[in-house]
Design a binder for this molecule. Structure first.
Ligand code: PLP
Length: 271
């Protein structure tokens, strides 16, 4: 199939590079491609990691980020943008400026805080800027339960807590909030909670007891961006993306000595 920007939506990720291919930019690019979108990627930080841990990172300056993004936006018609690891306040402020100045639509903000292995991917001051500057631009924010607790200050022990946390995030300007509850288990289900247009949707999926989950959050947010770029409604985009990630976890390969990445594979072209 030929790539043509009239028929192949272009998705941009602004995120951190995991050179070992499991999370961050490479997961985003694989996911955009899996949904038939054309990927563009700007790197906010080069991390040093593998499936066993994150060992460090070199962050880009605001100027270096702009130098990557401007040529893309001057040339390509970007239909959706997804942000992942934005490590510093200056990178966050520049990302917000780039989104506003270029009037980008279908903005998916994954408020990445910490890797599963415990490495802080953003500093505390930067998270505050992310909330102030990027939540108001977000069509959806996709925190996991720990991120939602840190952002909202609400301990998530029950469903009413989840709704309360989401309401706080609406107050911060997000248009929709997806709280990923992979570890807030309900028996054999992993339930995500989507709050959208005043309604609470429970998105159920089977819970897989596996450590092969590296890159799950990045993949989910990128899949939502790809589906919004393809014209799906927010509810459909989230449901399709959750199913996609679920299948990728179920069929995850065993790559590396640590937490294996999930299995990101192209969906049927008819999908
Ligand atoms: N590295 C980068 C660059 C990321 O963006 C993320 C998560 O968003 C991670 C690592 C953490 O991935 P995980 O917690 O799935 O291992």
């Amino acid at each position: 199939m030929n790539t043509d920007e009239r028929t192949t939506p272009i998705c941009l990720t602004i995120a951190g590079l995991d050179p070992s291919g499991g999370a961050g930019t490479i997961a985003d690019v694989k996911t955009f491609f899996a949904f038939g979108c054309y990927p563009a990627a700007a790197i906010a930080s080069i991390t040093y990691q593998n499936t066993q841990g994150v060992y460090g990172a070199t962050h880009q300056s605001a100027e270096e980020l702009r130098s990557q993004v401007e040529p893309i936006l001057n040339d390509l018609e970007v239909s959706a943008v997804k942000t992942g690891m934005l490590p510093t306040a200056e990178i966050i402020e520049e990302t917000a400026r780039l989104i506003s100045e270029n009037d980008l639509h279908n903005v998916v903000i994954d408020p990445v805080v910490r890797s599963t292995s415990g490495f802080d991917l953003i500093d505390g001051a930067a998270l505050k800027r992310l909330i102030e500057m990027l939540f108001p631009l977000a069509d959806i924010v996709t925190p996991n339960a720990q991120e939602a607790e840190r952002i909202s200050g609400v301990a998530l022990l029950s469903e009413p807590d989840i709704v309360a946390a989401a309401n706080i995030m609406f107050g911060m300007g997000a248009k929709a909030v997806l709280i990923k509850g992979g570890h807030l288990r309900h028996g054999s289900s992993a339930v995500d909670h989507l709050l959208l247009g005043g309604e609470h949707h429970r998105i159920d999926a089977p819970y897989y007891d596996t450590t092969s989950t590296h890159g799950t959050g990045c993949t989910l947010a990128a899949a939502i961006a790809a589906n919004l770029a393809k014209g799906k409604t927010m509810l459909d985009a989230v449901r399709i993306s959750k199913d996609f990630v679920n299948e990728a976890i179920r069929t995850a390969p065993k790559i590396g000595k640590g937490n294996s990445p999930i299995n990101i594979q192209p969906i049927e072209r008819s999908g």
